[in-house]
Design a protein around this ligand. Structure first.
Ligand SMILES: Cc1cc2nc3c(=O)[nH]c(=O)nc-3n(C[C@H](O)[C@H](O)[C@H](O)COP(=O)(O)OP(=O)(O)OC[C@H]3O[C@@H](n4cnc5c(N)ncnc54)[C@H](O)[C@@H]3O)c2cc1C
Length: 464
């Protein structure tokens, strides 16, 4: 027997649950289908566990630095990974159970556990059951990419999901991939006590950022004795006794890195290959991302795609914003769009990188007449007081409109500080509004007006 709903949501990640609850609250008969863990990547294998582990790693790091602050610790610093993992598991469990309880406790909402596949444009199969709806919302997320490396089938390796089961400190961890996920895990495990090598095939870490940002992050990681191999295409993997050897194609340094454990962090692929999208006629791009318009509609009327699977963002906040856009359009007569949002994210190395809007290199490429200011964290009083002076702040503004174009803030608490800039960007106010604001002393944010007082024309001859 086919059960008919007004709306079905596939995936209980970051967009699905709030949308299901909103639609059910509006009196619609709704179903949500989840094949694995409630809360999806962010809650179970992404943001929440990694930031919880990073907090433990930072405690270990600060404990080792204690004497810099005049504090003695009368024993050696040890890391009990079982307890580190237990703490992480408890935080994850609270969140994951919270999502499930919320969904199951919502009136008008039915929860299905299983893998959903399209039968046609309206019907979905979950095991032996068939359900149908006039509106279907795809929120299936993404998973770690497994690159086709020779020898990969001969060795064991971790990805961000399997890494969550680790309750020991690997002796030597090789991280393949020098982008956001790889850097966060790399620094975290170095602080837990592993010898860490980050292998990146490109000429610099996190290539999406400006060169000076990549360089500063490389320095920060190397200061913690993390080995970094750039321009190092990973060409083969081999088991060597109880070790894993990674053969590298690189111009400098050893042609081989050997370690006890291997983490692959080389990108993500959307979970759209086993969804029966062809039966529904939903269009995907060459990489499998569901194609959507500015309001998250696919090419098939009544079918929407939200979150990582649409390729229009790869963050929890972009997925949640997708929910807000869909709910605004469907329920509030509020014509919100993806193109209204400003790029914003953080890299949670320590210190973190807070990013908003355009990079310097994007501003240069666009040929914008711009002003730019930079300031090292060594010249930020609060950072000096905290003994955390690594990194720098950079901001760019449009020379004519005075609107802020973008900022890269690499420094202690900059994942928070960036919001003072982001909100003014959303307000489309000139930078002088922040410059004239009285900020609280002593904070990192109080230096943003000072930074803006140091703006100079961007020299177009110096390409970043
Ligand atoms: C290591 C790591 C760290 C991260 N850290 C951050 C961070 O600090 N900040 C940040 O903003 N983002 C971070 N992210 C990214 C963030 O986790 C994702 O962008 C976010 O979870 C995407 O949410 P989503 O709703 O699109 O999908 P997901 O959260 O992935 O949820 C999709 C859900 O759909 C389910 N599903 C898939 N297919 C089916 C099917 N056919 N039937 C039924 N259910 C299905 C899945 O089981 C899953 O539960 C991180 C990611 C990783 C990997």
């Amino acid at each position: 027997m086919t059960i008919t709903y007004d709306a079905v949501i596939i995936g209980a990640g970051q967009a699905g649950p709030p949308l299901a609850v909103r639609l059910a609250g509006a009196g619609r008969k709704v179903a949500i289908v989840e094949r694995n863990q409630f809360g999806g990547t962010c809650v179970n294998t992404g943001c929440i566990p990694t930031k919880t582990l990073i907090a433990s790693a930072r405690v270990a790091h600060m404990a080792r630095r204690a004497m810099e602050y005049g504090i003695g610790i009368d024993s050696s610093i040890t890391v009990d990974m079982k307890r580190v993992k237990e703490r992480k598991d408890a935080v994850v469990r609270r969140s994951n159970e919270g999502v499930e309880k919320w969904l199951r406790g919502t009136e008008n909402l039915t929860v299905y556990k299983g893998h959903a596949r399209f039968e046609d444009t309206r019907q979905l199969r979950i095991g032996d059951e068939i359900i149908e709806a006039g509106q279907i919302f795809i929120n299936v997320g993404a998973r770690a990419l497994v690159p086709p490396l020779p020898g990969l089938d001969q060795v064991s390796y971790f990805n961000n999901s399997t890494m969550m089961k680790v309750d020991f400190v690997p002796e030597q961890l090789i991280v393949v991939g020098g982008s956001y996920v790889g850097l966060e895990f790399g620094q975290m495990y170095r602080r837990f006590g592993s010898e860490v090598t980050i292998v990146e095939m490109g000429p610099r870490l996190i290539r999406r950022e400006d060169e000076d940002v990549s360089e500063a992050i490389r320095e920060i990681l190397q200061n913690e004795s993390i080995h970094i191999r750039l321009d190092a295409e990973c060409i083969a993997l081999e088991k060597q006794g109880d070790k894993i050897a990674v053969a590298l194609n690189c111009s400098t340094g050893d042609k081989k890195v050997t370690g006890s454990h291997l983490l692959l962090a080389v990108g993500r692929v959307p979970n759209t290959d086993d969804l029966g999208l062809d039966k529904a006629g939903v269009a995907v791009d060459q990489r499998g991302y569901v194609q959507v318009d500015d309001q998250l509609c696919t090419n098939v009327p009544g079918i929407y795609a939200l979150g990582d699977c649409n390729g229009r963002g790869a963050f929890t906040h972009t997925s949640y914003n997708d929910y807000e856009i869909v709910a605004g359009n469907l329920l509030d007569n509020d014509k919100r769009r993806i193109s209204d949002r400003i790029t914003a994210y953080a890299l949670y190395t320590d210190p973190p990188l807070g990013r908003a809007g355009m990079t310097e290199s994007a501003v240069r490429k666009a040929g914008r007449k711009a002003l730019m200011a930079t300031r090292p964290m060594t010249r930020v009083g609060r950072a000096v007081e905290k003994g955390e002076t690594q990194g720098f702040m950079k901001i760019l503004v449009d020379a004519e409109t005075k609107e802020i174009l973008g900022a890269s803030l690499l420094g202690i608490e900059c994942d928070e500080v960036i919001h003072s800039i982001l909100d003014v960007m959303y307000a489309k106010a000139p930078y002088t509004v922040i410059q004239r604001a009285m900020h609280i002393h002593p904070t990192i944010t109080e230096l943003i007006p000072t930074l803006l007082g140091e703006l100079k024309p961007l020299d177009p001859s110096m390409n970043s």
